[in-house]
Design a protein around this ligand. Structure first.
Ligand code: ATP
Ligand code: MG
Length: 255
């Protein structure tokens, strides 16, 4: 029998899927605390599949996109959009990034419930945010048919640049129509968000956001960035990984 049982909240560090299991645990906790929507778990599952394809690491390609994203956010009026997945996966780093960029955080939910707004606000406060740094999308703004059409007049509505990690394609498209420069973190280079954004960081938020914090500690030079080429490179890396011989040796099957 394999001794490493997958017990909730008791994931052994030795487990080969430790990092992945911890992310799942955080999201399940997030659902219990009203922070994460159940659909957020499904979205995460889709992300996990693409994380396997990229090799569960931050590629040089993603680093290039991160550098370009930070440079843009440092030199324009930026708002960091917050959803229920980011609020449990990497809240401290996300708040740190907001501080370094002096950018507000704006809670914007696809599955809107007032108690979720409160739960996310509390998670951000616990992660080090100040009350006055947290905005909520509260006025009709975008031309789409969902709760996500809302934006805060002092936040996203006024911003030049919006960071929307794990975003739905409809809102990304509407943000583009509203004239925003859109930066996303999305493991799927083929999603509509990945394709419509101006800069797509093809990486897991859990790895990308801490790196954005590191880069944001120094001034990054703005340079031309071709997102189509960036997505092409990310897809190429996935393709190369798919063409490799199956590795049947590194994780012995349990006896
Ligand atoms: P789109 O609406 O852009 O076409 P979609 O409908 O396939 O995308 P959504 O649920 O709307 O998917 O958006 C979530 C996106 O976030 C997906 O592309 C998913 O791969 C990605 N994703 C999920 N978890 C993570 C994560 N931890 N880090 C980065 N990206 C993630
Ligand atoms: Mg979608």
């Amino acid at each position: 029998m394999n001794k490493i049982a997958i017990l909730p909240m008791n994931v052994p560090k030795s487990h080969p899927r430790y990092a992945s299991l911890m992310q799942r645990e955080k999201l399940i906790e997030g659902v219990k605390k009203n922070i994460t929507a159940i659909a957020g778990l499904i979205a995460h599952g889709r992300g996990e599949a693409f994380d396997y394809l990229i090799g569960e690491r931050t590629t040089e390609n993603a680093k290039k996109a991160i550098r370009a994203a930070v440079a843009r956010m440092q030199s324009s009026k930026t708002v960091l959009s917050v959803n229920g997945n980011v609020a449990v996966l990497c809240p401290e780093e996300y708040v740190k990034l907001a501080h370094l960029l002096r950018a507000p955080l704006e809670i914007n939910l696809f599955y809107y419930r007032p108690e979720r707004i409160n739960a996310i606000r509390n998670a951000l406060l616990e992660a080090g945010a100040e009350e006055d740094e947290i905005l909520v999308s509260n006025k009709e703004y975008l031309d789409i048919e969902s709760n996500r059409k809302q934006a805060n007049p002092e936040g996203i509505a006024k911003a030049e640049t919006v960071l929307v990690p794990l975003e739905d394609g409809d809102r990304t498209e509407a943000l583009k129509r509203a004239g925003k420069f859109v930066i996303t973190i999305d493991l799927n280079p083929m999603s509509r968000t990945a394709r419509f954004a101006d800069i797509t960081i093809v990486d897991n938020v859990i790895r990308a956001v801490p790196l954005m914090v590191e880069y944001a500690k120094e001034r990054q030079e703005e340079a031309p960035f071709d997102n189509k080429e960036n997505l092409r490179e990310a897809m190429q890396i996935m393709k190369q990984n798919l063409e490799r011989e199956p590795d049947v040796t590194s994780h012995p099957a349990p006896s």
